[in-house]
Design a protein around this ligand. Structure first.
Ligand SMILES: C[S@@+](CC[C@H](N)C(=O)[O-])C[C@H]1O[C@@H](n2cnc3c(N)ncnc32)[C@H](O)[C@@H]1O
Length: 424
């Protein structure tokens, strides 16, 4: 997730924390709050752009639904996080504040920044103060700001779209409680009656139908997904380059068919690892609107193929069929209807890879919040993350067996699940 240089302040801060922990026994409540602040300071100093984005997207943006990994801000500030960070960050992002702060370590004064976005300085400073506490921007002298390692992520030319794709769902989070009061338990499993659709008065439509109807937002959404690699990596698990001999021996078979592959970022990563495609076709499949809309997808070496994944899979006996972050959009019954045509197209040596999370079976203080928050995000749109037993049960029900679960070192909930046809 990128490297961040450890400065001396950070080391000094960690040493202070350690010394205080050793000396303050038993801890008073006031000491504990001070130590937790120190922990937060160290976290802010350690995070790079991707971790900052992740933190804002899980611990902060989801407000009341976010598991509290850093209980460090005490009840009052936690309540403040819940209610305020999302709208504050959203306003700063949407009003391009982060785009107007120079990228290359230069500073900008409050008045100039305010005039660029057309706000009063006295208003802007009140918003900025709230995010400074999270290590978002840095105040180099009173009312003068520069980008921090964290805030840079929110520029339009960086990862901002990834952050914004989550924002689309935020209003529905506030209505999920009412949804649960007003709906039968089974409605949650029907993706035409998802909390997301209901909160927009659009029951009867799936999340993806609503997304593609909102052309301005779908553009941001697909750009955001293309930036998802730091949060959901493609590489570093299944060794695509080890397929060389098999693919070069049978180059008429597609190397990879990426089903529901969005704008093709996973295929690009694979071709980077393999320095090409070993002479075999790489096929990108998604809905026509995604591939051939206003900004058609063109990637050298990739065959772009509009395809509705509920229909017969036109590419037979590929070396690899790949789906990434597709299964988590649905419960098992729908997954089976998507997997059926792929299973029918697979040959004896074909592999089906799932680039997805493995949901831990329990959650403890300090665990990575991402899989649990992502699971709730999926609940909102009619889907679910799956634990290892849930994956086995799903694949077993469509006559697939797991060959290996390739987990990402250091983040074992990130995985590529390799499956083959039963009996081969
Ligand atoms: C969460 S996104 C994942 C995109 C891509 N695999 C990635 O990891 O970046 C799910 C994808 O499924 C696609 N999708 C939804 N319904 C589809 C359908 N009926 N046929 C084909 N693709 C579909 C969406 O357009 C979207 O690109």
């Amino acid at each position: 997730m990128g490297s961040v240089s450890i400065d001396t302040d950070l080391i000094a801060g960690a040493e202070e924390l350690l010394a205080a922990l050793k000396s303050q026994q038993p801890l008073t409540s006031a000491n504990r709050v001070a130590l937790l602040r120190q922990v937060d300071k160290i976290r802010c100093g350690l995070q790079g752009p991707a971790e900052a984005m992740n933190f804002q997207g899980t611990h902060v943006s989801l407000g009341p639904f976010a598991p509290c990994r850093t209980a460090g801000r005490g009840i009052l500030t936690l309540a403040c996080d819940k209610n305020m960070f999302t709208p504050v960050m959203n306003a700063l992002v949407e009003h391009h504040v982060f785009d107007h702060v120079p990228a290359e370590g230069k500073t900008i004064g409050l008045d100039e920044l305010a005039s660029k976005i057309g706000w009063e300085s006295t208003v802007l400073v009140r918003f900025i103060n709230v995010v400074l506490i999270q290590g978002i921007l840095e105040e180099t002298e009173p009312r003068v700001y520069k980008h921090s390692a964290s805030s840079i992520a929110f520029r339009e030319d960086k990862m901002r779209s990834y952050y914004q794709l989550g924002s689309w769902s935020v209003p529905s989070w506030w209505k999920v409680s009412d949804y649960l009061k007003t709906h039968a338990p089974e409605d949650l499993y029907d993706n035409l009656k998802s909390p997301f659709a209901w909160s927009r008065g659009a029951e009867g439509k799936t999340y993806y139908q609503l997304l593609e109807e909102d052309t301005a937002f779908s553009d941001v959404w697909h750009k955001g997904m293309a930036q998802a690699a730091p949060f959901n990596p493609v590489l570093g698990m299944f060794p695509f380059r080890d397929m060389r001999a098999a693919v070069e021996a049978e180059p008429d078979r597609a190397f990879v068919v990426d089903v529901g592959g969005g704008r093709g970022n996973a295929l690009v990563d694979m071709m980077r690892e393999c320095s090409g495609s070993f002479g075999a076709p790489m096929v990108l499949q998604d809905m026509k609107e995604v591939l051939q809309g206003d900004d058609p997808v063109r990637i050298e070496g990739v065959q772009v193929m509009p395809h509705d994944f509920y229909n017969e899979q036109p590419v037979k006996n590929a070396h690899i069929y790949y789906t990434r972050k597709v299964m988590h959009n649905y419960y098992d019954e729908k997954c089976r209807t998507i997997l059926g045509p792929i299973v029918d197209a697979m040959g004896p040596t074909s592999r089906l890879l799932f680039g997805d999370m493995i949901l831990p079976e329990s959650a403890k203080p300090g665990d990575d919040a991402l899989p649990f928050c992502m699971d709730l995000r999926m609940l909102m749109i009619g889907g679910t993350e799956r634990s290892e037993p849930q994956w086995k049960a799903l694949l077993d029900s469509v006559d697939l067996v797991i060959v290996k679960i390739w987990r990402l070192p250091g983040a074992p909930h990130q995985a590529t699940i390799e499956a083959k046809l039963r009996g081969n």
